[in-house]
Write a protein that binds this ligand. Structure first.
Ligand code: AMP
Ligand code: FES
Ligand code: ZN
Ligand code: ZN
Length: 312
């Protein structure tokens, strides 16, 4: 197989992208060029924006930071220490890799440690709020979202970028479609506009297959954590990813079509415009972050429960 650009031996073959074959050098150029196209297409941000990239230490978010840096955007990182240490030192190792990535490139990394800031690790918060063991993923999700919004706002970032790839987005879409979620489907988007007290949220990698991101990270020599979060084993999202991979192996490109045709249908008016769907937001009386119901936001409600159960 030969590189479409230079005719040298190809390193990456993308059956799903019209059988595109590229050598290492041209693949490493192609991926950021495509990212730039999507940033413009979905009007994510410009060169003047201050971007906060949420980095988990995994291949997607570190590659995203690398790409934005190579493209000349102003992007700092945020690592959230979750205190997940079940079997492997998942959090310590991902923290180390995020720090290493930043210091080798002279980039600025903000670090928030949940235990230091709120007194407990994510598994402990999950245990206290759910009385006994439960999968901490939803507690973790609420916390990460809250902390990303908080740091973006406190530090004056206009844009918050995450490393969600096509496999992530297609699995989420699949789940939302199975239940025809009228709350989540209209809001699943590569860009969520800023609103009072909330930074704009963007997913610049949402059209790249997971295996393309793995190839990018490896070929760029980015050191990242190979392990998935130990709590993700057996999760619904991994099950949906497996189902979609089966489909993809029979029909190359199916995942991309599933996702992009959804975005097109949404643009063509499948749902009411976002202004009509978006619920009114109220500031949380405890932390000030906008929330859809009057009263405390879900994070502050959760932390209050933890405090009650810790003291009482
Ligand atoms: P996940 O929810 O683990 O699939 O991660 C989705 C995205 O959230 C990643 O690509 C990162 O941008 C961000 N993210 C996940 N975990 C962390 C973390 N511990 N600190 C900062 N950002 C994170
Ligand atoms: Fe949060 Fe796994 S529970 S990353
Ligand atoms: Zn080439
Ligand atoms: Zn709050």
């Amino acid at each position: 197989m030969k590189c479409k650009s230079c005719g040298e031996k190809a390193t990456v073959y993308m059956r799903q992208h019209h059988k595109l074959a590229l050598c290492k050098e041209h693949f490493l150029e192609w991926l950021p060029e495509q990212t730039e196209r999507f940033i413009k297409k979905y009007r994510m941000f410009g060169r003047d924006d201050n971007i906060l990239v949420a980095v988990s230490g995994g291949k997607d978010s570190l590659s995203l930071w690398d790409i934005l840096h190579r493209l000349g955007y102003k992007a700092d990182g945020l690592y959230i220490g979750l205190g997940i240490d079940e079997g492997i030192s998942y959090s310590d190792e991902s923290h180390r890799l995020a720090e290493k990535f930043a210091s080798e490139r002279g980039l600025k990394l903000h670090v928030v440690d949940i235990q230091k800031t709120y007194g407990h690790t994510i598994p402990v918060i999950a245990e206290k709020t759910h009385r006994g063991f439960s999968r901490p993923c939803s507690v973790c999700g609420v916390t990460k979202r809250h902390e990303m919004n908080r740091i973006a706002r406190d530090m004056g970032y206009s844009v918050l970028a995450t490393g969600h790839n096509l496999d992530d987005e297609a699995a989420t879409l699949f789940g939302n479609t199975l239940s025809w979620s009228k709350d989540f489907l209209p809001r699943q988007s590569p860009v969520l506009p800023e609103s009072d007290g909330l930074a704009r949220k963007v997913k610049p990698l949402c059209r790249f297959y997971e295996k393309e991101m793995t190839a990018y990270a490896l070929l760029r020599g980015i050191e990242y954590i190979y392990e998935e979060c130990p709590f993700s084993v057996g999760s619904t999202s991994i099950y949906y990813k497996e189902l979609l991979n089966q489909l993809e192996s029979e029909r190359p490109g199916a995942k991309l079509i599933f996702y992009t045709k959804f975005l097109e249908a949404k643009d063509a008016g499948l749902f009411a415009p976002p202004e009509q769907i978006r619920a009114e937001l109220f500031p949380c009386p405890t932390c000030g972050q906008p929330t859809s119901a009057e009263g405390q936001c879900s994070f502050c409600r959760m932390m209050e429960k933890v405090d009650e159960r810790t003291s009482g």
